[in-house]
Ligand binder design. Sequence first.
Ligand code: PMV
Length: 337
Amino acid sequence: MKKKEPAITREDVVRTLVGQRRPAVCPAGSAFAPSNIALCKYWGKRDEELNLPVTSSLSIALENLGSEITLKPCTKWDRISLNGKLLASDTTFVQRATAFLDLFRPAPDFFFDMRAKNSIPTAAGLASSASGFAALTLALNELFGWKLNRRALSILARLGSGSACRSLYGGFVEWHAGAARNGMDSYAEPLDAVWPDLRLGLLLLSEKEKPIGSRHAMQQTRATSPLYAAWPAQVERDLAALKTAIRNRDFAALGRTAEANALAMHATMIAARPAILYWLPSSLAAMRKIHQIREEGVKVFFTMDAGPNLKLLFLRKEQALLTAAFPELRVVTPFGR
Ligand code: PMV
């Protein structure tokens, strides 16, 4: 019988990428990373420890909405603040940040003063963990003077949260699923494309923390949803369709595919046992309103993540009409104005 190979840990990956580099601790490391919204979703891990995905995915960065993090060495214990407020050690935010920082301490008695500023609501399905772990990885690279390239940083950010590997770049970004057990081929890369007229509208319907986090929700979907088996092949088709739409600047194809992909992802979770349903009555009302506006001839589509909020996709020429229809819409210009 073939002997089972030992599992690869996050510590192993960190050793491979930064083990040889002697940390030259600087007084501080600071970085910003944008949030990202997937047009073709990542839903399901093939490796829980390393956040290796079942499929590739494709996202768009939210320009200047994201996380800014400053790291300094600190004595006695970690000091972690968010938007100017010092957080207690039993908060989810501190626990996730500390578990990530643990991977990089040069000595057990090395502590961090971490100051995070989020320009988007934390944990409301607006991808604040993606920008947070990406900014934290970049700040660590500065603090310790590793001088790692973006591919290595993307791999490290993935260890914090899968979608964080896509937040190292602006614009359209593809995360290659990869096939290696150690995940060294599972990283993100930007697409060589700009689309200045493209707009993303954030429709914030609830800022409450989600009832079930994406890690647990993905596990439950993969383990129990009869629809999950169809997901990987659909992602492959949607990813190809999105790349073609981006290449041809075919907005209708982009919007149609992104919306269908998001709904297919939600269908896999709704069919999980027990069901995972992030939608609120206001989410469904917004979807219906978008469909109605579309029937009137306006090209507008939506996507949704692990939360009740919607993200609208449209072009510059429809902006006035859509902000009138959705006065609370926060418009993002992914490629600048
Ligand atoms: O990276 P995580 O664990 O926060 O998962 C992200 C999952 C989705 O936002 C629903 C999809 C995606 O590709 O961003």
